[in-house]
Structure formats: C-alpha cells, structure tokens
Design a binder for this molecule. Sequence first.
Ligand SMILES: [Zn+2]
Length: 349
Amino acid sequence: MVNFDRMEPAADDGTRYIVFDLEWNQSAEGKAGEVKELPFEIIEIGAVKLDSRLRPLGEFSRFVQPVVYRRLHFKVLEIMHIGMDELRKRGQPFPEVFREFMEWCTEAQDGVKVRPVFCTWGNMDLTELQRNMAYYKIPSPFPYPLLYYDLQKLYNLLYLGNSKDKLPLDKAVEALDIPMTHPFHRAIDDARYTGAVMLHMDFQAVKEYLSLDYYRLPRTPEEEIYLVFPDYSKYVSREFDSRETAIEDKTVTDMICYRCSRALRKKIRWFTANQRNYYCLAWCPDHGFVRGKIRMKHSPSGGVFVVKTIKLTGEEGVEALTKKKETVAGKRRKRNRQKHLREKLRGRT
Ligand SMILES: [Zn+2]
C-alpha cells in the first residue's frame, strides 16, 4: 500500500495535482471532413485532484457539446458507449466547461492558495486542450513555460528501462494490481486510473522529471527554455526558418556543463546522420565527458525548433558516439568518392 510517511512534503504546500484525461471526437468522414484548426474536438473532460501528499481531494467530470463535428467517429462510439444525442443533452459548451474546470483546478482550500500541476497519461492531452482553447479564442491561463507530469513517461522511466514504447494505461493498471472496476476510455474513469497509477508507482523517485509542454514555443531568445534535471539538461530554442539556420546559432550549438555551468570544449563537433538528430562530444575538466544531442522538431507554423539535451557520459558513451561519427564520415567519404568518380567519367565522354 501507499506509505504516506515516505512522501514529501509533510505539510500542504498548496500543490494540487490535477490528473486529467480528455476524450475527443474527430471527423467521421476522415480527412475530407476535417477542420484543420481543430482535428480533435474535446467531448469530455475528467479529472481527479490530489494534494501535495497525493491524497484525493475531489473529482471533475463534464461532457462537452460537440459543435464542429456533428457525427461521432465510429471509434469514439465503439469505445465511449455514448451517443450524440446524449452528448448534446448532458454536455455544456466547451468555453463553459473549460472555465469551470479551471475554477475547480485553482480553488483555494482552507485559505491556502493552490498551485495546480497537471498530470496526464502521455503527452497529447495538454496539446489538444490548448488547441481547443485556441479554437474558441480563450486566453491561456497557464504559466509559461508550462511544466507537467507525463505519467506514462515516468512509469517507463521507473519500470521499463525508459523504453520509448508507449504503454497503454490499462497495462500499467494491470501491472500494478490496481482493481479494474470500470471500463477504460471514459475521461473520468481514465483520470481515476491514472491517479491510481500515480499513487501506486514510486512517484517521489521520479518527481524531478517534469515534462515541458511544446504547444507554446519560445518566440524570442529571452523566452528560450533551459531546464536542469538530476542527470541531464534540456534546452528548447525559439523557432528558426530552417534546420540550417538553427544549427548555425551559437546558443543552439554551445555545450554547457549542467553541473558547473562551464562552457565546454568540443572533442567531436556536431554531426548528423539524418538531418534530424545531431550529436557532439565535449569535455568538462571537473565532470568528464559530456554528450550533446539535438533533435530538430517541426513547429506548427512550418519552421523548426531545437530540443538539445546534455548529459554526462562514460567510456561506453564515448565509444558509441565515436563509432557513430565514423559511420557518418565513412558514408560521406563514399558519397564523395562516387561523386568524384562520376564527374571524372563525365569528363572523359
Ligand atoms: Zn562540469
């Protein structure tokens, strides 16, 4: 069972974990009927609220009246067991539901000012929530940058060796021996199950690994984000118009030791095999070898932004990176040789 004594903090610090889940509908006619700004229309919001010691404080459950898509996608019908008529009858307009949801998230308790921290299974719900807010032109009440807990990621980190596979919620519920009293895929039930998973896993051990919401990207150098975790750091850049301009930016390519903030000398300069991931190796006189990884990501407006992670690495890491670099260099040499040969042949004819 859950041992509350092991959990920090002892007193209520105003943290409110809002474990929430959304159900959404999409065009029943596929791409043809899709509204580009709102591919997924939220039809249900369910949430449980936990205090700083993960004790349950209440629940929130609302249906949303569909406006954009007038028919339910067959998959939604299949898993949610709710019809359009019922949604219209029991639901409220999205702006109203969202306002009530935020009021519920932030309501003070016994005079204590609360700080909601969102927790979801996977990384999609906050994105789709904000997309729906944007569709109705609701100004964002969220702080910037928006940090949240992706419990699916934390579960992976704890029990699955940080594998990249996305474990479905029901598998985690099953693995943790949580009684399955309700079917899955209703927002309130999934929120309850997610809350139960959070309670049953060693949340304290991974509490520092907050996720960063990428819906609102940095727009200026001042808004760029730098986060330090126990064993790595993460930097999120502003938007660039291309990969080429991004990789020429000094802040993007700088290697800083996340332990001592020293600017590091590179041993292997940034290189890439596929134009999507870039790697480099640097050396900190105090902390040893440090590996840099850049992921180029597409921004919604058609440009790119960079997520750079910096991590200490051992001999194995150095070896792997050296090998990777040699492979890339070997391929390039081969390409150049072939190009050279082709040009030579062309010159003869
Ligand atoms: Zn250092």
